[in-house]
Design a protein around this ligand. Sequence first.
Ligand code: DNO
Length: 359
Amino acid sequence: MIMRWFPGGDDSVTLEQIKQIPGVTGVATCLTDIPVGEVWPLDRLVALKEEINKAGLEVEVIESVNIHEDIKKGLPARDRYIENYLRTMENLAAIGIKCLCYNFMPVIDWARSDLAAPLPDGSTVMSYRHEEVLKMNPAKMADVMFSQARGYSLPGWEPERLAAMAADIEFYQSITLEAYWGNLKYFLDAVIPHAEKLGIKMAIHPDDPPWPLYGLPKLITDAERIRTLLALHDSVYNGLALCTGSLGANPENDLPAMIREFAGQGRVHFAHIRNVKRLSPQDFDEAAHPSFCGSLDMFAIVKAFHDSGFDGYIRPDHGRMIWGEKARPGYGLYDRALGVTYLLGLWEAITRMKAGQKE
Ligand code: DNO
């Protein structure tokens, strides 16, 4: 069980606080200040690892090394950026990284219409209203998101990408889904053999939300597409960061079945487990982790991981903002810590029930 943590003063949550959450043994982290496409320097990574280890925590997961837009677009410059990606992977392996989370979402990573939507109990959540998102252009959405980010960086919304946003969106209008799959395959064919050599499991994050937006090609949205992804390069190192909140926004996605299938094949390396409250097929609020707070059956989800013999990394995902906490939206301490305890409680109960059945 790990928690996401941002270094360099870019997080309101400290490693010491994370260490005090029962059952958390490490963090998933990243260097947010390295521009997308550049090599992550080894000395920075060594210092990062030392800082985390000193707090009594492990660092075996990076979330994320983002992919330069030229790779996603399939431009000639991609080869240079892929080379840089391979060099970064070598430096990550040198500090003992075992799992690398990334995404292949064009232009925009996760999208929300509100990062602090109030709930009746006074807490706030991140929410998504499809019509509102369509009414905004992405630049407007970026404005809304940054104005609600409390000065923290927003993962996947690197400022240097924003300037090119409108032109990038225009570019993708003429890219077919097949061509976009081809660009992912080109990347995987270069990266996966290297990942095998270095012992780093690659874990792609699903598209969030899992449906098309602004005419952009979306790949990782449902079971069929995930099968396509896994077949693009058939190696266990080509795997998933299975995010229940992202995939669960689409009511058609049967999460326990997907977990059984893909974790059962050893292709899930990282689990982001959170609940989501669906308000319509394309509108949702994020929710506290317990099943009764949202639309997902968290017991069935955790049981599917358990039954599949899942031994990868788990983290709670976005939490609500509660108890007056002022933190990066989705990444406060309190609600995620409640999430950890709930998920570990489910895991313990399932383990002990199974042990009891055997006796
Ligand atoms: C948002 C996160 C994403 C995720 C990336 C993985 O809070 O879930 O930014 O880390 O898509 O590359």
